[in-house]
Design a protein around this ligand. Structure first.
Ligand code: SF4
Length: 464
């Protein structure tokens, strides 16, 4: 079962600083300070929605500088969370704070109230960059805070920013290396975005600050993602959360709601391009990835496949033992796609291309096709008509093809050529003497999670 955070955002209140880039209300989407009552209500709702899963869930006080807020107020928030910790409750509490707001006394207090993980906003390990962005602490403060946190036995997370005012790509990489040397368990990477009402906006408008382009940020952050992953450090966030308030106050910079997905896609593409060079141009290739990495390999709007297909015909295939963020390129093994599975692949292609003439040959005379979502049952002939007269022009790709109890289970994505809509289908295909005798199909239209679930922040994107 996956780990999750239930977050309470504590905005800028109490923070004695004003960093050049910070407008916590926009970044966190939280305009008002939470009360103990807010904390209790959040916990109760989490218990209701994540019943039985809370032992994999932490309550997180994120947003501002938790340990820099007024002490009595901070304690009141922690106290409100106490009945929801331990047996049957949250696994612990995470907080985020500044490196210079962590001393021995505060750490003892946090331990007393069940805090298990501390994330420090490091942002840069370069004192010149820290000064230029009015951070009010030094790189040495970070090292000392990390030392104290580790000695007190908390889990450590560090957050860094790229493309800050007066920071170069080299400075960002130095920061990443120094952060890795401090061996945090987790890292968050935020490319700097210019937000209304900040000093950075002022610098930008006066032409003194040039934000990174999205493309540059993806290039840099995908490299950082690989770097930290190779060091065994988990990158738990890449890019700012999509918040309505952030969109309203956005001024400039590399913001994208699926920034992580862009970075991961870039990593897959680079590896695949590099490995594909070992094969002659035109050789059909298979791209082996972990079962949940198909869309990342394909890239946004399948841009990675388009690039790779300029040189070789490629197909994505999945294997459980391929690690996340890894792709293994092999020549397509024609023998392994022979027989019935190849027939199923061809059948899917002919369905997508609405190839009426070809489709008749796949079915036994008594074949039945059941569309369960719309409660419809077809003969082969009716199915071919329903499929081929379906309005529009389509493309598609098999995301998974498995054999189960003598049936094929196919998961496919079918999308309009003009990209106006996209659907997923799960088909259970039963064969008799190399022909299809029954299909049970489940179609659904792709789209964002409903508003109520987005508001409650339940779950996370499979690919960010
Ligand atoms: S320390 Fe954190 S909360 Fe305070 S101004 Fe800087 S970024 Fe904002």
């Amino acid at each position: 079962m996956g780990h999750a955070n239930i977050s309470v955002f504590v905005p800028h209140i109490g923070c004695p600083h004003q960093c050049s880039f910070c407008n916590q209300c926009s970044i966190s989407g939280q305009q008002t300070a939470p009360t103990p009552q807010t904390v209790r209500a959040t916990c109760e709702e989490a218990i209701r929605l994540r019943a039985g899963k809370l032992r994999d869930t932490e309550l997180a006080f994120f947003g501002g500088s938790f340990t820099a807020i007024e002490r009595g107020y901070m304690i009141s928030l922690l106290e409100a969370a106490q009945p929801f910790l331990g047996e049957g409750g949250f696994a612990g509490i995470r907080i985020s704070t500044r490196p210079d707001a962590v001393d021995g006394e505060i750490l003892r207090l946090l331990q007393q109230y069940g805090v298990t993980a501390i994330e420090l906003g490091v942002q840069s390990m370069n004192d010149r960059v820290l000064r230029a962005n009015s951070r009010g602490h030094t790189a040495q403060d970070v090292v000392q805070a990390v030392d104290r946190i580790r000695q007190a036995g908390f889990e450590l997370g560090l957050q860094m920013m790229t493309g800050l005012y007066q920071s170069t790509v080299e400075d960002d990489w130095n920061t990443a290396q120094q952060i890795a040397a401090l061996s945090p368990k987790t890292v968050r990477i935020y490319p700097t975005v210019t937000i209304r009402g900040t000093e950075l906006e002022n610098l930008y408008r006066r032409g003194l600050y040039r934000p990174m382009e999205l493309e540059q940020a993806v290039e840099e952050c995908s490299g950082l993602l690989r770097f930290f992953t190779e060091q065994g450090i988990q990158v738990i966030r890449l890019g700012l959360h999509a918040q309505e308030s952030l969109m309203q106050d956005y001024v400039a910079g590399p913001y994208h709601p699926a920034f992580r997905e862009l970075c991961e896609g870039r990593l897959y593409l680079k590896q695949a391009l590099c490995q594909a060079e070992r094969f002659a141009q035109g050789t059909p290739l298979w791209l082996w990835v972990a079962p949940n990495a198909v869309s990342k390999m394909a890239g946004q709007r399948r841009c990675n496949l388009e690039v790779l297909r300029r040189r070789n015909p490629v197909k994505i295939r999945t294997k459980a033992d391929v690690k996340p963020l890894q792709v293994v390129v092999t020549a397509a093994d024609i023998r392994r796609i022979g027989g019935s599975s190849m027939k199923v692949e061809r059948f899917f292609r002919d369905v997508v291309e609405q190839n009426e003439q070809a489709l008749y040959a796949y079915f036994t005379p008594d074949a039945q096709i059941l569309w369960h979502c719309t409660n419809e049952c077809f003969t082969a002939q009716e199915f071919i008509r329903a499929n081929c007269e379906y309005p529009g022009s389509w493309e598609g790709e098999i995301e998974r093809l498995e054999q189960l109890d003598g049936r094929y289970v196919l998961v496919g994505r079918v999308f309009a050529r003009d990209r106006s809509c996209s659907h997923h289908v799960v088909s259970f295909i039963q064969m008799r003497e190399e022909k299809i005798c029954r299909i049970d199909e489940y179609w659904s239209e792709d789209g964002p999670a409903p508003q109520w679930r987005q508001q409650k922040q339940i779950g996370r994107p499979i690919a960010e």
